[in-house]
Design a protein around this ligand. Structure first.
Ligand SMILES: Cc1cc2nc3c(=O)[nH]c(=O)nc-3n(C[C@H](O)[C@H](O)[C@H](O)COP(=O)(O)OP(=O)(O)OC[C@H]3O[C@@H](n4cnc5c(N)ncnc54)[C@H](O)[C@@H]3O)c2cc1C
Length: 461
């Protein structure tokens, strides 16, 4: 029987381990910390009897990327999947006021210039400037793959600075905690790059993306974009760990050996050589092998009495563009976004701070961070008194920054690894996409490649 070593017990590593087990391999997984899941982490907010589990990391999984739903189905969780409340607006905080994210925008890009008509977020000039996109050609260097521009470079040129800074930066930059002027269009928003090249315009491209994406094409209701699991995304990790360690009896699979508090030396080739001697294949699903820029973020989750709010806001959340100067980058209105967080007496909010190039939040102690974020939110959504419950979670070096040239850099690292250690695969958020489905896919693909490569000649005939 062949034996695989997986380093890193986040979703990418566990998915790789699952793939090996399904192929009948023995698997050892080593995780440096004392828990499984990496960036996926659900913990209770508050310590009293009514404290509830709430995600401190990801809370939403992209439904349209197949790998996430496939894993959920395989693990028998499909019946429990929930979707965010539809038709509730998201807001952008600009000039000290809340502006509704214009309906008919995708990643902040209008599907038609007319969808911006009623928004006060942009000046008339800014709205007109956005329409220039429709008549611009596409730079052949981009369409031929010779240039990897930043999201900012392309959007500023085609749609203007106003729309880019006020709508696109908080959305695309927000997901990655990035400065969009240093974020690769091809690697961080590949669907936008493809849409632009195919349709010769970002506006026409996102309109086509929106029409294509729902199975109920042409009707009012589009398919939900995201899903989650009541009890938190950690349930996906727990189910995966359970399946790895307790495979069904009739499957014939051997339980994987999972080791917590087991740090692997990532910096030495000697470590890799030892690993490849003791194991037929090694999947590195931990920190990246090379230097990479990372953003650190903090999540402050608060539960507030409804009576403390002047008016209840039915929203999925509020985005705070960098130009506003706040520490706050986003406020996710969890109890409106997800039904399972609704409560008759309280609202549950998650306040995110920190983005690449802005680590002010890191320098504040917990108490100061909470009061700073509450003050900043309070300027647009007045809250009387203190939260009933609070949790602070710091994510240090959490979100890899895909700078222009990312894809070539990754290809070069993988080629070098293939030459020096052909039985080692590099997977996870540092390489192939930061979203959960992308990480699942990366882990499974990395394992699958090694399984195919190491399959005995003639096997399966
Ligand atoms: C605050 C936040 C919110 C997010 N929100 C979303 C969201 O809503 N939707 C979404 O799809 N994605 C979201 N993401 C992104 C997504 O959660 C991550 O990109 C993904 O979970 C990363 O998975 P991974 O397995 O590649 O890496 P990780 O989860 O980082 O796992 C790597 C593991 O390797 C371990 N490790 C490191 N070094 C070693 C070593 N030397 N030896 C052994 N083990 C080691 C680490 O302890 C860690 O457990 C969010 C991320 C953050 C931080």
């Amino acid at each position: 029987m062949k034996r695989a070593l997986v380093v890193g017990g986040g979703i990418a590593g566990l998915s790789a381990a699952f793939e090996f087990q399904q192929a009948g391999w023995l698997v050892d997984v080593h995780e440096a910390s004392n828990r499984w899941g990496g960036k996926i982490f659900t913990s209770t907010v508050g310590e009293d009897a009514n404290a509830r589990p709430v995600d401190a990391g990801p809370d939403a999984i992209l439904a349209r990327a197949a790998a996430g739903m496939d894993m959920v189905r395989t693990l028998g969780l499909a019946d429990e999947v929930v979707h965010p409340a539809s038709k509730i607006p998201a807001y952008i905080c600009f000039d000290g006021r809340l502006h509704e994210l214009p309906p008919g925008t995708v990643f902040g890009i209008p599907t038609d210039p007319a969808v911006l008509d009623r928004s006060e977020l942009l000046s008339e000039q800014g709205k007109q400037r956005a329409a220039d996109d429709l008549d611009m050609g596409v730079n052949p260097e981009l369409s031929e793959g010779r240039h990897d521009p930043s999201v900012g470079e392309v959007c500023r040129q085609r749609l203007g600075d106003e729309l880019t800074d006020r709508l696109i930066a908080p959305l695309i930059g927000g997901i990655n905690a990035s400065n969009i002027d240093r974020l690769s269009l091809r690697s961080a928003a590949p669907q936008l790059a493809t849409a632009l090249i195919e349709h010769g315009s970002l506006i026409r491209g996102v309109a086509a993306l929106r029409n294509r994406s729902g199975p109920t094409l042409g009707t009012e209701r589009a398919a939900p974009v995201f899903f989650s699991l009541p009890g938190g995304v950690q349930r996906l990790v727990d189910a995966l760990v359970n399946r790895l360690t307790v495979p069904s009896e009739d499957s014939g699979f051997v339980p994987a050996a999972l080791h917590l508090n087991s740090r692997f030396d990532l910096n030495s080739h000697a470590g890799l050589s030892t690993a490849t001697h003791s194991h037929d294949a090694v999947v590195m699903a931990a920190a990246p092998i090379v230097d990479m820029a990372y953003a650190s973020v903090s999540q402050v989750t608060i539960e507030v009495a409804k009576s403390a709010l002047e008016a209840e806001l039915d929203t999925s959340g509020i985005l705070f563009p960098a130009a506003g100067g706040t520490h706050l980058t986003a406020c996710t209105w969890l109890s409106s976004k997800w039904d399972h967080y609704r409560n008759p007496d309280t609202v549950l909010l998650r306040l995110t701070s920190g983005r690449y190039g802005d680590d002010r939040a890191n320098r504040l102690d917990d108490e100061t961070l909470v009061s700073t974020l509450l003050d900043e939110l309070g300027a647009v959504v007045p809250i009387a008194g203190r939260p009933v419950r609070t949790r602070v979670h710091r994510w240090d070096h959490a979100l890899p920054q895909y700078e222009p040239g990312h894809r070539s850099k990754v290809d070069a690292i993988r080629t070098e690894m293939q030459e020096q250690h052909p039985n080692v695969a590099l997977v996870g958020a540092a390489y192939d996409g930061i979203g959960i489905p992308a990480c699942i896919d990366s882990g499974r693909q990395g394992a699958r490649q090694l399984i195919t490569q190491l399959q005995p000649q003639g096997a399966g005939l």
